[in-house]
Design a protein. Sequence first.
Length: 739
Amino acid sequence: MWRRVASLSPLVSRSKPSKLSQEACTFKIWESFSSESQVPTPSKVAPFITFVLGGPGSGKGTQCAKIVEEFGFTHISAGDLLRREIASNSAYGSVILSTIREGKIVPSQVTVQLIRKEMESSDNDKFLIDGFPRTSSNLQIGREPNVVLFFDCPEREMVKRVLNRNQGRVDDNIDTIKKRLEIFDELNWPVINHYSMTGKLHKINAVGTVDDIFEKFQKMVTTFQPLSFHTAKLSVCTSSKSKKNKKQKQLHQNQNTNSLSFPKSTPTPLIIYHKPSAQTKLQALDAVVKDLEASVDKGVNVDTQTFASLLEICYQLEAMKYCHRVHKLIPRSLLRRNVGLSSKLLRLYAASGRMEEAHKVFDEMPKRDASAFAWNALISGYAELGLYEDAMALYFQMEEEGVEPDRFTFPRVLKACGGIGFIQIGEAVHRHVVRSGLLNDRFVLNALVDMYAKCGDIVKARKVFDKISSRDKVSWNTMLTSYMRHGVLLQALDIFRQMFDEGYQPDSVSISTILAAVQSLQLVVQIHGWVIRMGVEWNLSIANALIAAYSKHHELNRARWLFSHMPERDVVTWNTIISAHSKSREALLYFDQMEKDGALPDSITFVSILSACANLGLVKDGQRLYSVMKNRYRISPIMEHYACMVNLYGRSGRIKEAYGIITDGMEFEAGPTVWGALLYACYLHSNVDIGEVAAEKLFDLEPDNEYNFELLMMIYGNVGRLEDVERVRLMMMERGLDS
């Protein structure tokens, strides 16, 4: 006889535990297995336990109700049990009530006993235990769960939900809520981290509507296949030994002996599939490529499919260094005769911007007129690099060689047309689309809308948009962005409203775009309210756009509040808040905080912070930050950085140093922004000599910009050179400018 002892917590007890077992919080289950002559001892079904964690107001109770309805669990809420005990006026209830009012966690032993009793009274074997364990000490008392769900929700959202639910709870007031959240952060995170390390934790973003959050849970369930919430049922045999049982068992054994199939696996409560990280995938790819290199060195022939699979993996992982290594292993003769393999290699080079290598593969390709795949990859590569003329030349060559474009060719070609801005070519491509029978293809039509808008014909863009019968979010966002690009704000708002009228919910791109267009603070607030109701306030791009919108309307308090409550930030967030404070020293404080938080500034960050230094006259700080940009972060100055430094020196009266930036400090020719900053500084400090130099440059660079002429006239006027003022006015009249 083989005997096994399992020590479990009182949470899974199905019978009244003894006094000793209550004190010890454990009990013993003995499972006996003997010879066939013995009758198996009846055994209970091991319960399937799911812990549900989340702060007060995270919505875990609501989601548990939906999970119960969908999967047949019994929901046991630790909070509800405690409140029920309070209502019973028992001795436990008095202790629980005073503990909750103080914002403290109820002792573990009390919660465990209440949960155990609830499980014992249920006939179900699947339990959702909500709100337990609360602390790391509970881990020692509670049974190891099969699954742990964590509903992750920002603090502000939880506070708002608790205050709005109006359920009459004694702990639903702002002071108690804050205490509970502080305690939750202090005590629950060790529990969450513990289960995360065991691989049992599943985090669910709890921001959004009830249905949206439940949909996230359902997607999580279906992602990890095979996934089922069930327990292994132990068969209970109550009949005595009989000849019939022997025959059935013998038949079953014979079938197993003669069968070539794999034995069936025992049902498990949960099979968890962990997606490997990108680093893990690269390490695996490195090992495979090394093995392949060793095999080729030994003279082993590698089949085409192996090379094709590796190239596909390199493409998906954007692993260019492995692409080169695989390319070296492929026999040149194989590439020349296998168009599929060479097409994959070409696509990989083109997608990474290595157009010279891509073109070499393309030039040696066999039967490249058989498919548009290779042509599409090459055209796309040129278009992504901004080499629009090369992309268009390839399209014309494609036509000459008789290769028929497909639905993937035209969007790439139309992108190149929009980049060139030559509408006649775009119209010719449009006619080719019609001849190819793709006028109803949404993918192609979206590209046509974008092309016409970039070529300056917003009317034709709208006509094409109106012909799209089944618009998607790309369609709406393309038209919305097109109106924004042309400064047609009323039409942009009209498109935004039309999205709602036709039942489309704007996404983060739509909302961010329209927030940039809104000229009314009231409308910004309305959009913000809608965003909150939809539960997407903390979407990164939307939050960034809201900060920018409030800053534009001088509502810096609201912008700062949003910034301080964001659950995550990116470099755009920091750039936006620094730019919003470009006229105060707070810009420097935000930059310091950015560095302390480990965020990496980019070139735009330094444009904003150097502008702030120029506005405030902080020359030393500006010099220091300019040096930090170049030396610490290895960011090469762009035109805007030079303009900021010229502005910094010029506004403080150091005109010669500002001029020296242009003559000695720049690695390329100065543009209008740099010369304009110098001319304005000369106006502020009445420097005629350098002002004349700057003005002459600007007259060549911007011959139609009246402001440059007016600044020079004011410089002359400040020093009493009225004849020169008149001379500049006549110059403006000759050029057809207002004087």
